[in-house]
Design a protein around this ligand. Sequence first.
Ligand SMILES: Cc1ncc(COP(=O)(O)O)c(C=O)c1O
Length: 500
Amino acid sequence: MSKIDTLPIEEDSVANPARSSGLAFDEETFRRIGYQVIDEAASYLNGIRERPVWQSMPDNVHKAIREQELPAEGHPFEETLAFMKHMILPFPQGNGHPRFAGWINSAPAHAGVLVKPLAAAMNPNCGIGDHAGQELERRTVQWMMELCGFPVEGSAGVFVSGGSEANFTCLQAARQWAAQVDGWDVRAEGVQGMHRPFVLYQSDQGHFCIRRSVEAMGLGHMAIRIIPSTSSFQMDVERLRQQIVADWAAGLRPFCVVATAGTVETGAIDPLDDLADLCDEQGLWLHVDGAYGAFGILDEHVAPLYKGIERADSLATDQHKWLSVPIDCGCALVRNGAALRAAFSLTPPEQDEHEPWLSEYTLQRTRRFRALDVWAIIQSAGRNGLAEAIANNNKMALLFAHLVETQDDLELISSGPLSIVRFRFAPPQLRNKPLPLDQLNKAVAYEMQQRGRAFLTSTRFQGKEALRACIVNYMTTEADIQAIVDETLYVGRKVVSRYS
Ligand SMILES: Cc1ncc(COP(=O)(O)O)c(C=O)c1O
């Protein structure tokens, strides 16, 4: 008999402490409440079309949330569920609704919702250990590479919190690589030493998270050279070349070009192949920010625009955008897997006693089981299902742009190649009056959101306030697109009539 078998164990001392603390439920309760939770989730998802896209929280709800007292004693979970049902679930951000086109926030794919309790029940730390969570992540990350046309052999990647962190992770690899090329170690020395100042390049359409990454890396955002874009909102490669050459000549250290495959403002895709040529020629790292658009490559109509993505040194992707993975999930992919590891690892590869843990490839050590959602969604949709949904979003954006063009009161600013449409409510009598038009478009977005029939946002683009429709919801139909355009016209005319 082993020692442990001889220990006196009282039934109650095993069963009760956790239960009386409220941290565990008995099995019957867990199942009963669990079924209720699933029922709530099913009703939420299936009833989404019938509810307002967005509604503001009434005062009593604000109050009920803000003034909640920290409970000294636990409550039955049924009470918690009832609170969620009445005070939380009716007030979503709006994404998930097929007429929500405000930000690039998609609806959650159902398989991703359903595996959440299982991931939480297992609760593995996917940064360390030898378990199925890490194994599944390694394979699912390779699927990400395959989906985006990024080479698998020799590459490495990790799931992270989203596009911002994916870019940050890749840029750290780029910087570490550049220092190593120059014979020093930026992780050891930091950026205070007597080395040539790093500079990197991004177009004027690039995302602000690059600036935040560069600031966080201690380079200072003056290290970013903003390269003008062409009339199609793509980075101007010739202007980029001139800037790189001038920076080398000035004694700086150009190290990375940040291209974008799917800009946040218009969905433009930078000329990746030309940029890869230039990076080869100048000895720079080519990073592609594909947070919004990398998976657009699955739409065969636009796939040729991604030529060159397979030559990128790194690629940031966002599963919680176009793969409909429930927030949060991004993925950093690096062509030279050793370079990604070199940016984070504390264990020299020669000391490995087992396959390196994923925490060697990222800042985060304890990491949730992100791969399970991504894997389950791909299992249920397959590459073809994902491609169909993405291609349909792009088609809906084309329809949107067409409808805008047929309306005298609307002005199309940009559309394609992906699923973002930029436009303004601009009735002919106001076309030459910039100030009222700016205010008008802000008011249109605001009023539309309040009415809850559709959801757009407005931002400044090229010096003008403009509406932006981002179509990334797999449920959005032609009728939804027509409804969003109709709602824009209705609200716009109503606002104009109020002021005239
Ligand atoms: C091109 C691009 N890069 C980066 C990001 C940031 O991604 P996240 O919000 O997931 O951090 C976005 C978000 O819209 C984006 O469109």
